[in-house]
Design a protein around this ligand. Structure first.
Ligand code: ATP
Ligand code: MG
Length: 392
């Protein structure tokens, strides 16, 4: 592979002082994490730029795909090195690079050079002019266009010379780890993995909680959620997944509360439990995949009833999205195929035929009083017996 390094471009708006270091350090950590297993790489910061230097064989497509998953990267420029900076060798290396990188030799271009090594015998302006001349001679169909060139050829002269002209878009966003941590309520559906992805894209570290109800939900349903957490981890870094056995609580609600309120009451206990764990683990908010009106438990009234039990902020990134839009993101991030596997969900097992769509919070609270004598102990047990799986 001709590319021996990648220059990482990142958004620099608002990056001053200490924030800049935090941002860059988090970005480098996430890059290292994403390249784990793709070969040997050295991620460095030089003069306010981040480079991924290649130290072994690697697969270009694979590495590019991995880098394109790292939030905070705006663009990736594959770099060719020129070790011997003598002018003859430099022009030849640049010419060979252009020859290999562009099939169509009818192009407009501009040379932009920088000298980190100030002892280099030519100044930047001379390098631009002389290299331009060389390229015009070598490629008959080439023309210079200093305003809107098709190829912006960058030449950075240091110990060795860095040559690059291609810029492949990254995902944008902010590096995970720069904006605190949130607790994602992760089900096996389509929406919650997308919600987790979207929050992670803003730099938030993701923990997750999944409620299952064995034996009503299977081991395979649980494995599916672990797989979804791993898919989120490809973007967000390691996800700590809490798996809560929710069976006894669900059975108690089923036994003691009106059946048309089952889903709402169950959702309220999910939120309470997730919030407890979130606080213990230093999360600053909860995240769900709720979207207004999608199902009975997601009407404005139902969302208000669910929200009422939480004091941490609840983030719902897909709240105003149509299902189609959520599906499009799910497909883009590679979660869709897993999300649609047909395993039972703990919510669907105890659902009423006619759930309330406009729950009244007072009425719901009264129904929950039927659980007073048993529920606290059950919640404690559910939390203390949870399984924790690190998904990466
Ligand atoms: P999803 O596709 O995310 O499963 P959904 O359309 O099935 O969403 P609901 O079942 O009403 O919607 O759930 C709404 C939200 O509640 C989910 O997006 C998720 O954040 C959370 N949630 C639902 N069930 C569970 C569960 N078993 N474990 C953890 N969180 C859950
Ligand atoms: Mg669901």
């Amino acid at each position: 592979m001709i590319f021996k390094a990648f220059l990482i471009k990142y958004g620099e708006i608002g990056l001053k002082g200490k924030n800049r270091y935090l941002f860059e350090d988090a970005l480098m950590r996430q890059i290292r994490f994403s390249l784990n297993g793709a070969g040997e790489f050295e991620v460095t910061k030089e003069q306010g730029r981040i480079y991924v230097n290649v130290c072994s064989d690697y697969d270009y497509e694979d590495v590019m795909e991995r880098l394109q998953r790292v939030f905070g990267i705006v663009a990736i420029c594959p770099v060719v090195f020129c070790e011997d900076n003598s002018w003859d060798n430099l022009t030849k290396t640049v010419g060979d690079y252009i020859d290999a990188a562009y099939d169509d030799k009818n192009f407009t271009f501009k040379v932009e050079s920088r000298r980190a090594d100030k002892h280099y015998p030519k100044k930047s302006m001379e390098i631009n002019a002389d290299m331009g001349e060389y390229l015009l001679e070598r490629f008959q169909g080439a023309r210079v266009d200093v305003h809107h060139p098709e190829i912006l050829l960058n030449i950075e002269i240091r110990q060795k010379t860095y040559i690059y002209s291609k810029s492949i878009p990254g995902p944008g966003g902010m590096p995970v780890g720069t904006n605190g941590k949130a607790m994602l309520l992760l089900s096996g559906g389509i929406d919650s993995p997308v919600a987790g992805y979207m929050i992670a894209k803003r730099g938030v570290t993701i923990d997750a909680t999944y409620f299952h109800a064995p034996p009503y939900t299977s081991e395979r349903a649980k494995e599916k959620v672990i797989d979804l957490a791993k898919i989120i981890a490809r973007y967000a870094g390691p996800v700590k997944l809490n798996i809560i056995n929710f069976t006894d609580i669900q059975l108690a609600i089923y036994e003691k509360c009106p059946h048309d309120e089952l889903t709402i009451i169950m959702r309220r206990y999910m939120m309470r439990i997730a919030e407890r764990i979130a606080r213990e683990d230093g999360c600053l908010g909860l995240v769900t995949g709720e979207s207004i009106g999608q199902v009975a438990s997601q009407t404005m009234q139902s969302l208000a009833a669910t929200n009422a039990v939480c004091t941490l902020p609840v983030y719902r990134p897909v709240i105003a999205f149509d299902k189609n839009d959520i599906v499009a993101i799910s497909e883009k991030i590679g979660a869709f195929e897993t999300s649609i596997l047909p395993y039972e969900d703990c919510c669907t097992i105890f659902v009423a035929k006619h759930p309330v769509t406009k729950p009244n919070i007072r009425v719901i609270e009264r129904s929950e009083h039927h659980l007073d004598e048993i529920i606290d102990a059950m919640v404690e047990t559910a939390i203390s017996t949870r399984d924790i799986v690190m998904c990466e």
